[in-house]
Design a protein around this ligand. Structure first.
Ligand code: KG4
Ligand code: ZN
Length: 340
């Protein structure tokens, strides 16, 4: 049987990425981040699309070279259609369409969230590839989304809980900004938290019905708490930065952990996978592992490189869509608020 080789392009936010997957095995995964947003404390859409425009050719070229394939080996080109920033999505989509058209290669659209979920199915040669079996629960936690998803198979999934306001990643990023830590805040908080006492400060957890989440209250109470403390001691943040990071991270993790435990009890699905940028968080990874050990459930913790935005996850999703011959035409356009 001929090999199925998927070239994938991801450009939904501030990472330009291209990857090649062959028969579910990763051949290359190139990610170019964008330093330009750091000083603004968040992604500036106009600057993001310009940087994608600069990065897209070298990133795709490098991915193809590293995979050691020719354009003629590619079975289909998969690209992120949404959700994401329109200007960013347009760069990846247009590039994928042009490459497909000029080389007569089929085109596959991928929902970014579908990609985050199927990232668990990326295999690497000579690695212990741990793949979840269906059905499993996926806690999808990123900069734009926070959802609990029942994954029934590669194509069939159901959201059973989600945030009613901010995403978990936004909570990390916005609180980090208040602390003067730059963007993205999640990785910085993670690092500082490892040296702090997570029980030093207590922040209230929201009371949200069913399996839903809310993070906007935490951000506000964190800000008011700091303003009060700074009135007494202007150096409060500097003197307590590690404990603040640890306590904040602990609160976010406990909000997520409470709901995922509830979700297992409700669905009786005793397998928890985590995905999305926040799944890179050391505290969350440890907590999910600990919960699964305690209750004798199974945890699926992906490698960090597959949690934050990457094209490998778009490639594996493209692979499973290819199996279904699920192609799109040249009239396809990105959708910024694409539903999942
Ligand atoms: O999945 P992702 O790369 O992009 C979106 O689809 O949004 O997620 C980005 C988010 C950011 O909010 C970032 O702060 C967060 O993931 N993040 C982390 C860590 N690494 C990235 N949050 C907590 N701890 C980390 N180590
Ligand atoms: Zn993402």
């Amino acid at each position: 049987m001929n090999k199925i080789t998927i070239l994938a392009i991801e450009s939904s936010c501030d990472d330009t990425s291209a990857a090649v997957i062959q028969d579910t095995f990763l051949l290359s995964n190139v990610v170019a981040g964008q330093e330009v947003h750091k000083i603004y404390g968040g992604v500036v859409p106009e600057l993001a699309s310009r940087a994608h425009q600069q990065n897209i050719v070298p990133v795709v070229d490098t991915a193809i070279r590293q995979a050691n394939i020719a354009l003629t080996d590619i079975s289909a080109i998969a690209f992120t259609r949404g959700p994401g920033l329109m200007g960013s999505l347009l760069v990846g989509t247009s590039f994928a369409k042009a490459l497909a058209l000029t080389n007569n290669i089929p085109l596959i659209e991928v929902n970014h969230l579908h990609g985050h979920i199927l990232s668990h199915f990326i295999k690497e040669k000579d690695k212990d590839n741990i793949i979840p079996d269906f059905p499993f629960l996926n806690l999808l936690v990123s900069g734009g989304h926070t959802q609990i998803v029942v994954v029934n198979d590669f194509y069939n999934m159901e959201i059973i809980g989600q945030t009613i306001d901010d995403a978990a990643g936004e909570a990390f990023d916005k609180c980090a900004k208040v602390l003067g830590l730059g963007y993205p805040g999640g990785p910085v908080i993670d690092k500082l938290a490892s040296q702090g006492n997570h029980l030093k400060f207590k922040f209230a957890k929201p009371n949200v019905s069913e399996l839903n989440f809310s993070f906007s209250g935490l951000k506000t109470s964190f800000l008011y708490f700091l303003q009060d403390k700074m009135k007494e001691n202007p150096n409060f943040i500097q003197e307590n930065i590690c404990d603040l990071a640890a306590s904040l991270q602990h609160t976010i993790i406990e909000i997520l952990a409470d709901k995922i435990i509830q979700a297992v009890k409700l669905t009786n699905i005793k397998k928890i996978a985590i995905g999305g940028g926040v799944a890179a968080n050391s505290g969350l990874r440890n907590r999910i592992t600990e919960i699964c050990q305690k209750y004798k459930w199974t945890a699926f913790i992906p490698q960090r490189k597959f949690t934050t935005d990457n094209a490998a996850m778009i490639a594996i999703t493209g692979y499973y869509k290819y199996i279904n011959q699920d192609f799109v035409n040249q009239d396809i356009a990105p959708i910024a608020r694409m539903k999942f």
